[in-house]
Design a protein around this ligand. Structure first.
Ligand SMILES: C[S@@+](CC[C@H](N)C(=O)[O-])C[C@H]1O[C@@H](n2cnc3c(N)ncnc32)[C@H](O)[C@@H]1O
Ligand SMILES: [Zn+2]
Length: 373
């Protein structure tokens, strides 16, 4: 049974209950709202492929709300029939295929390719790497392996994830690392424009640059994160050679995550344009989308974050407001910011020891009799 629904300014027939052969998740409207603003922010005439289209919601929205020429594809016959009806409902003319997405992408080149699979995108990344000319949008919903909670992460992504408190960022950077290595084989590079993780998914939007030199430079952005589970110390390196096995701070055994993408995962100017697009458009999840993109834009380009509740628990102190901690770090000369990955997370150039001593100082101050403060 189908239900009529509106996303952005696009009318849609969607299944009352999603199945494997006809899939629609209303929770992903936020992701689709951001995509529309992101594609509109690029504002050039490019052909967009919705390779795993489901009901066709992404491609039809791009055609209807951004005005780009689109190609839609889904190998499910049921999905293909519903996409046709959804195109008619919106008066959209588009190329429509009922093919295996890999076959389609090996046969044709597209400017923009959107891959929104069930679970992991890895089975499509080789054909995406060959076919994509200008922009890729990739979703992963297999967050357990990407976050280090499952051994299949190593098989799928050829990278080791660690189940740290910043696992959402690790997942995003491992996916970006995998995409980098897939594209580099075809002398292509990625320039991440907006990468984020929300609830059960990771989404990356990245420009594709061509040329061996650019691909070489892109590979240089890969590296590793070293983590100490004993004291919470963490740092990023491009080379493993010369790294001690033991933590400099507590002597605990260090663990290695990677290879993963260490360079910035968003472009601030692009994020500002996306916010502008969101501001001027009617969208169901507009407010949430703007907050998310603004937080991404203001986030420091550091490849991990800290969970301050965890640190306070270890120190056995009650957590101050997060903004207080961020302001205190800034007042001490450290850069610090919130992170979209977690409401209770923050990024800073200060190390774990400085953060702990700052929290301890604050706690001592709070516990003084008020006349001594
Ligand atoms: C998560 S759903 C897509 C949801 C849709 N993009 C949306 O935003 O609602 C994944 C879709 O990929 C299709 N699919 C899976 N494997 C495929 C393949 N190899 N080639 C083409 N379509 C495929 C499925 O039929 C399903 O419709
Ligand atoms: Zn340590």
């Amino acid at each position: 049974m189908l239900l009529e629904r509106v996303e952005g300014s696009t009318k849609l027939l969607v299944p009352v209950r999603a199945t494997k052969s006809l899939f629609y998740n209303p929770m992903m409207e936020l992701c689709r709202d951001i995509d529309i603003a992101a594609i509109a922010a690029l504002a050039t005439r490019m052909v967009y492929l919705d390779a795993l289209a489901g009901t066709g919601v992404r491609g039809i929205r791009v055609a209807n709300e951004v005005g780009l020429p689109v190609v839609l594809n889904d190998r499910s016959k049921e999905a293909y029939e519903v996409i046709k009806r959804n195109m008619e409902l919106n008066g959209i003319e588009a190329e429509l295929f009922n093919e295996d997405a890999n076959v389609l992408m090996y046969r044709h080149r597209y400017d923009i390719i959107d891959i929104d699979p069930f679970g992991s995108p890895v089975h499509f990344l080789d054909s995406v790497a060959r076919s994509a000319n200008r922009l890729i949008l990739v979703t992963a919903t297999d967050t357990a392996p990407l976050c280090g909670a499952h051994t299949s992460g190593l098989r799928r992504y050829a990278a080791r994830a660690l189940n740290t408190e910043y696992h959402k960022e690790m997942a995003t950077r491992i996916l970006l690392g995998r995409v980098t290595r897939d594209l580099c084989r075809y002398d292509k590079a990625i320039q991440p424009l907006l990468s984020y993780s929300k609830s059960h998914f990771v989404r990356i939007i990245a420009r594709v640059d061509r040329g061996a030199k650019r691909a070489d430079e892109c590979m240089q952005r890969l590296g590793f994160i070293i983590h100490c589970f004993s004291c919470g110390n963490r740092f990023a390196v491009h080379e493993l050679l010369g790294i001690n096995e033991r933590c400099d701070i507590c002597g605990g055994k260090l663990k290695v995550a990677g290879p993963l993408y260490l360079a910035p995962i968003k472009d601030d100017k692009f994020c500002a344009k996306v916010c502008n697009e969101l501001r001027t458009r009617e969208m169901g999840r507009k407010r949430e989308a703007m907050k998310l993109v603004e937080t991404c834009m203001n986030e420091l380009d550091i490849p991990f974050y800290y969970e301050y509740h965890n640190i306070c628990k270890i120190l056995k102190i009650s957590p101050p407001p997060l903004q207080y901690l961020i302001d205190a770090l800034r007042a001490s000369g450290y850069e610090a910011s919130r992170t979209h990955f977690s409401d209770t997370g923050f990024k800073t150039e200060a190390g774990i020891e400085e953060i702990k001593s700052m929290l301890n100082r604050h706690n001592k101050y709070l516990n003084q009799p008020s006349r001594d403060r």
